[in-house]
Design a protein around this ligand. Structure first.
Ligand code: F0G
Length: 410
C-alpha cells in the first residue's frame, strides 16, 4: 500500500526499512501511498476531528499508541481580525494536544511505527516540545526514551515534562543543530529509532493538522495557512497531507503555505525572500522563541518546495513582535500560546500591514504550543502581582476602585 521514496533521486525503499535519508544521494524521504487503492470520500470522514480519524491515510496497521491526540479547537480571532482589518482570521490551538504541542500528532504515529518495526528504544534531539512529546509516548508504549537538548535553551515546562515522563535527558553543550547531528549518529550506530522530523513516518502524523483544518471548514480549505517554522517538518507535512486530499478529490485546491521565522534564525524566510534555490545555514541562531531557534532546518528542501508550489511566502518577525503577538492573543482573545507559536500571529499582523495578506482572505494561523510550556518568558514580560495587606480597603486602594463608579472597562 505504501513505500518510502527519495524526493531527490526517486529511489524507492520498502516500508519496513529503518532508514531516514536516501542511501544513494542522502535526499529526504517521503511516504508514498498507492492512491488508486485508497477509496476515501467526504462521507467516510464524518464525525469529530482526531488524528486517527484519518487512519486510511496513515502508514500504520497495528493498534496505535495513543492519548487521543488531535481534535484541537479552531478559534475565530475576532478582535485581532478587527485590528488588522480582516474578518476571517483563525487560530488552530495545537497547545490543546495531550503534551501541549502539535508534536503529539507525529509521536502517536512515530512511536507506534517504532513498535511495528520491532524497535526497542527511541530518541530525538529537541528544542523542547519534541522531547516532551516523545517522553510521553515512550512512557505510554513502555520503551526507553533518550532526548538530547541544547543546554540552557529549553523552556522550563518542556524539560519538566521530559524528566517526569521518564526520558533520559542529555544536555548538550551546543545548539539544536549540534544535538540533531549527534542523535542521528547515535541512533544509526546503536539501532535506536530516530524520531526527529527527518523521520518520514513522524511527518505522516503531523499532516493531520491540514486534514483537520480542511475538515473543520467542510472541505472548503482556507486561502492561507500560517505556521512558525523551525526544523520545517510541520509546514512540509501539512502541505503533503493537503495534496493527498486533493489527489483523492476531497478538496479542490491547496492553501498558500506561509512560514514565519524569528529574525535571528531565519534561513528559510531568507531563501524565499531572495529567491535562492537552497538555504544558507545560520551558524548562530538566536531568538526568544527557543522552540524555533534552529539554523540548519533538516526539512529545508521540502519546505521551500511547499511554500513555492502553493504560492505561499515566508517572512521574519522580531522577538519584540513575537512577544507582542503572544500578549495580544492572550489578552484580547483568551488564547494562551508559547512565543514560537505566536510567531504565526505576529507574521499575520506583519503580512497584513504589508498588504501581502488580503482583507478578504480566510487565514488559519497554527499556534503550535501551549502558554504554560514557557512560564519564565511570560513572567519576565508581565507586571508582577501587586502585594497588599490582607484587607479589603487595601485591595480597593491598589485597584483604584471607586465604589460608586465600579470597575473600569477593560
Ligand atoms: N512551534 C513550536 C512550539 C515548536 O516546538 C516547533 C518545533 C515549531 C513551532 C516548528 O516546527 O520544526 O516542524 O518547523 N520544535 C522542535 C522541537 C524543533 O524540538 O520541539 P517545525
Amino acid at each position: 500500500m505504501y513505500h518510502l521514496e527519495c524526493i531527490k533521486c526517486g529511489a524507492r525503499y520498502k516500508a519496513d526499512e529503518v532508514i531516514y535519508t536516501c542511501r544513494k544521494c542522502d535526499g529526504l524521504l517521503d511516504v508514498v501511498y498507492d492512491y488508486s487503492q485508497i477509496h476515501l470520500t467526504r462521507e467516510d470522514l464524518k464525525g469529530p476531528l482526531s488524528v486517527w480519524k484519518y487512519k486510511a491515510l496513515l502508514p500504520i496497521s497495528r493498534e496505535p499508541i495513543t492519548l487521543k491526540e488531535g481534535g484541537t479547537p479552531i478559534y475565530h480571532m475576532k478582535r485581532i481580525g478587527e485590528r488588522i482589518g480582516m474578518k476571517e482570521a483563525y487560530a488552530k490551538h495545537e497547545g490543546m494536544n495531550p503534551s501541549g504541542s502539535f508534536k503529539d500528532r507525529g509521536m502517536t504515529v512515530g512511536v507506534t511505527k517504532a513498535l511495528e518495526l520491532g524497535m526497542k528504544s527511541v530518541a530525538c534531539a529537541s528544542t523542547g516540545n519534541t522531547s516532551a512529546s516523545l517522553a510521553v509516548y515512550g512512557a505510554r508504549a513502555g520503551i526507553p526514551v533518550i532526548v538530547l537538548l541544547p543546554q540552557g535553551k529549553v523552556a522550563l515546562g518542556k524539560v519538566a515534562q521530559a524528566l517526569i515522563h521518564g526520558a533520559r535527558v542529555i544536555s548538550i553543550k551546543g545548539n539544536f543543530d549540534d544535538a540533531l547531528r549527534l542523535v542521528r549518529e547515535l541512533c544509526i550506530e546503536n539501532n535506536i529509532y530516530l524520531l526527529n522530523s527527518i523521520n518520514p513516518y513522524r511527518l505522516e502524523g503531523q499532516k493531520t493538522i491540514g486534514f483537520e483544518i480542511a475538515d473543520f471548514f467542510g472541505w472548503e480549505v482556507p486561502d492561507r495557512i500560517i505556521l512558525p517554522v523551525g526544523n520545517a517538518g510541520n509546514i512540509t507535512a501539512i502541505f503533503k497531507g493537503l495534496n493527498e486530499l486533493k489527489t483523492l478529490g476531497i478538496i479542490d485546491r491547496i492553501p498558500m503555505m506561509t512560514g514565519i521565522q524569528a529574525e535571528g534564525s531565519a534561513p528559510i524566510a531568507k531563501a524565499i525572500k531572495s529567491g535562492a534555490a537552497a538555504i544558507t545555514v545560520e551558524e548562530h541562531p538566536e531568538t526568544v522563541a527557543t522552540a524555533i531557534r534552529i539554523g540548519d532546518p533538516v526539512n529545508a528542501v521540502k519546505a521551500l518546495n511547499a511554500i513555492r508550489m502553493s504560492g505561499g511566502t515566508a517572512e521574519t518577525v522580531t522577538d519584540d513582535e513575537i512577544l507582542a503577538a503572544q500578549k495580544l492573543l492572550a489578552n484580547t482573545e483568551g488564547i494562551g500560546v508559547e512565543p514560537a507559536s505566536a510567531a504565526s500571529v505576529a507574521g499575520l499582523i506583519k503580512l497584513r500591514k504589508m498588504g501581502v495578506v488580503g482583507k478578504d482572505e480566510r487565514v488559519v494561523c497554527v499556534v503550535t504550543g501551549h502558554l504554560l510550556k514557557d512560564p519564565e518568558t511570560v513572567i519576565k514580560m508581565c507586571d508582577k502581582p501587586i502585594e497588599v495587606e490582607a484587607n479589603e480597603k487595601a485591595i480597593e486602594r491598589v485597584l483604584g476602585i471607586n465604589r460608586m463608579a465600579g470597575i473600569k472597562a477593560r
